[in-house]
Design a binder for this molecule. Structure first.
Ligand SMILES: NC(=O)c1ccc[n+]([C@@H]2O[C@H](COP(=O)([O-])OP(=O)(O)OC[C@H]3O[C@@H](n4cnc5c(N)ncnc54)[C@H](OP(=O)(O)O)[C@@H]3O)[C@@H](O)[C@H]2O)c1
Length: 270
């Protein structure tokens, strides 16, 4: 798929990975739809990327709201005539032991990371299915769902978040099978630790994070997303060591459980 001829929607474009993807692909010149809850951030990004505002639509709102998700797709199609790529990136982290979990936080994580992604995807798939394509080799659309390398790895103190990403994976893989002959590609992005606002923004326990606020630059993730669009990749890893981590989890889950239990306790006892 050529980005310059595409209409690309990015949720969670006001910070981190979403903003980096917008910066990576905006120079290509395709149409962009950027969403997030902070209007001032959307305005600033729009001014930075395309000062004349050409081919760029910012829509402020919360993905937890199903009507907002449907409206975003409707506005995108009304404005640009079609929707080619949807990047379901908006997400929120959470830190707390399961025994101490707060119900409102639990719901927010789930409704943002899982429901929001599902509602937006549902509306996007309906729009994509009704789009015409010029040849059987041309793609009708692409959904890129942002998961995490910990989708298959519960981390102590972050189980609610990792479970939400496991749900994203199941949802995405199921959708991929259901849309197999539709011309719509379903891709899953598995970022590892990335230096964004994610750890500061997370809900729950604010002090003593077990994950340091470190990681690779979001621009690195954005480069990989560009390739995933142009090459229609379905399973997207950012670094080789992320892939090693995921494979270790799949093949030696008990060993990795033990490692993290030991590592966490060691940090606590320091
Ligand atoms: N950073 C990491 O280490 C890491 C690792 C693996 C996976 N990920 C995933 O990568 C994605 C992006 O995270 P990030 O690291 O870029 O975090 P970030 O810097 O905190 O950005 C999160 C984005 O999501 C938006 N968002 C959060 N809740 C929302 C809601 N209810 N409705 C609409 N937008 C919402 C935020 O915008 P507003 O606040 O303006 O709404 C923001 O633009 C997330 O899905 C995250 O789970 C991150």
């Amino acid at each position: 798929m050529h980005i310059k001829d595409s209409v690309v929607l990015i949720t969670g474009a006001t910070a981190g990975i979403g903003a980096a993807i917008a910066r990576e692909i905006a120079p290509d010149g395709g149409a962009l739809i950027l969403t997030g809850r902070r209007q001032d951030r959307l305005d600033a990004l729009k001014a930075e990327l395309r000062p004349t505002g050409e081919n760029i639509l910012c829509i402020c709102g919360d993905v937890q709201d199903r009507k907002f998700c449907a409206d975003v797709i409707e506005q995108a199609v009304d404005t640009f005539g079609r929707i080619d790529v949807v990047i379901n990136n908006a997400g929120i982290g959470h830190a707390s032991h399961l025994a101490d979990i707060d119900e409102a936080d639990f719901k927010t994580v789930w409704e943002t990371n899982v429901y929001g992604l599902a509602w937006l995807t549902q509306a996007a798939v309906q729009a994509m299915k009704s789009q015409t394509v010029e040849s059987h080799t041309q793609k009708r659309g692409q959904i890129i769902n942002v998961s995490s390398i910990i989708e298959d790895r519960p981390m102590i103190n972050q189980v609610v978040y990792s479970a939400s990403k496991a749900a994203v994976n199941h949802y995405s893989r199921g959708l991929r099978m259901e849309l197999a002959d539709s011309g719509i590609t379903v891709s899953i992005l598995y970022p590892g630790l990335t230096h964004t606002e994610f750890h500061a923004a997370k809900l729950g326990q604010k002090t003593g994070p077990l994950m340091p606020n470190a990681g690779i630059a979001p621009a690195e993730v954005a480069k990989v997303v560009r390739q995933a669009i142009t090459k229609q990749k379905q399973e997207i890893y950012v670094t080789w060591y992320d892939l090693v981590f995921v494979q270790a989890n799949r093949h030696f889950p008990l060993l990795v459980d033990r490692f993290f239990t030991f590592w966490t306790n060691r940090k606590k006892n320091r």
